[in-house]
Structure formats: structure tokens, C-alpha cells
Ligand binder design. Structure first.
Ligand code: 5GP
Length: 178
């Protein structure tokens, strides 16, 4: 099977506008001097996170850290275990944490990750996703900030890949299977 790029679902302008709104909402909710550790889930969310934090006010206490994880099992089987490939550099104990993910689909990865991070006793833990494929949810995940709800079709660009390709696209596009 081969893949080809389809139509744009979210343009760079639409994404940029929404990212600005989300950053403002997060800054207002969190308070500027309270401190926020923004945890990006590699690799996809790195693109969204770097734009998001640069839209936050300069006087806000923002730290950035990254994690790389994989959820064992697939859409049909889940053991509830997250394997960590790359862990956070700093402790999140007693900190206000915002987990940033590119897309939530079944919800399994994120829900396992939330359990794992909550086990490290942060003061608070919120979740921010750029895209939400809500129709596909298998487990409930509390998403505090969501960029866009999208239909159940595979998308690429702005960090999202298809077998490692197309992360670098500025717009988010559908993929067509041939
Ligand atoms: P979940 O555990 O919520 O099912 O999985 C979320 C992960 O599935 C995302 O981090 C992403 O890697 C992948 N994923 C789900 N839908 C898409 C999609 O439409 N495009 C891409 N590129 N990845 C997706």
C-alpha cells in the first residue's frame, strides 16, 4: 500500500490562531507567577509545544521538558503499561504540570501516561492536545485544552507523521491510501 497527501484539514493560519488562543487560556488559568512545567511528548508534540510556549507571556514562569513513551499493546490490546524511552530531566513533584500531546485517539497512551506522571506527585496535572479524534476513544481521558476536534481519518503534518514522513508540513493534511 502506498500513501499520498490529501487535502488540507487545518491550514497553518488556522493552527497559529488557535495556538495563540490556547496559550492565552492556559496563561490565564495558571497564573503567571505560579510556575508551569510544560511536558511535551516526543516526537509529534514537539512542533506544537514550541509554538504554544512562545505564545505565552514573557513574564510567565514556564519550563519545558520532554518525554518519549510508547504504550504497550495496540488498539485491540492494552496492558496499561507505558514504556519510557526518554524520561523527564527534572522532578515534577509539587509542580504544576501541563502535558502536551499532538493527538488523542483511543486515549490509551495519554491515560497511561497521566497515571504514570500522577504517581510522581505533581501539585496539579493538566492535559493539552492539539487534535482530538473523539469518535475513537476507548478510555476516558480528561482533556483540559483541545485545539481541534477532528473526524476519524488519518492526518499528517505539524509534527504528525506517517511512517516517519511528513512531520515537517506546515499545514495538517489528510493521507490517502492507494
Ligand atoms: P492513542 O493511544 O490515543 O490511541 O494514540 C495516540 C497516538 O496515535 C498519537 O500520539 C499518534 O502517534 C497516533 N495517531 C493517532 N491518530 C493519528 C493520526 O491521524 N495521524 C498520526 N500521524 N498519528 C496518529
Amino acid at each position: 500500500m502506498s500513501y499520498k497527501l490529501g487535502e488540507v484539514i487545518l491550514s497553518r493560519e488556522t493552527i497559529a490562531r488557535r495556538v495563540r488562543e490556547m496559550a492565552e487560556e492556559i496563561a490565564n488559568d495558571n497564573g503567571r507567577d505560579k510556575g508551569l512545567v510544560v511536558v511535551g511528548i516526543l516526537t509529534g508534540a514537539a512542533f506544537f509545544l514550541t509554538d504554544l510556549v512562545r505564545e505565552m507571556p514573557e513574564d510567565m514562569d514556564v519550563r519545558v521538558d520532554f518525554m518519549s513513551v510508547a504504550s504497550y499493546g495496540d488498539s485491540t490490546t492494552s496492558s496499561g503499561v507505558v514504556r519510557i524511552f526518554h524520561d523527564l530531566k527534572s522532578s515534577i513533584e509539587g509542580k504544576n504540570v501541563l502535558v502536551v500531546e499532538d493527538i488523542v485517539d483511543s486515549g490509551l497512551t495519554l491515560s497511561h501516561l497521566i497515571d504514570l506522571l500522577n504517581g510522581r506527585n505533581p501539585a496539579s496535572l493538566k492535559v493539552c492536545v492539539l487534535l482530538d479524534k473523539y469518535e475513537r476513544r476507548k478510555t476516558e481521558v480528561k482533556v483540559d485544552y483541545c485545539g481541534f476536534r477532528i473526524p476519524d481519518k488519518f492526518v499528517v503534518g505539524y509534527g504528525l507523521d506517517c511512517a516517519g514522513m511528513w512531520r515537517h508540513l506546515k499545514d495538517i493534511k489528510y493521507v490517502i491510501e492507494e
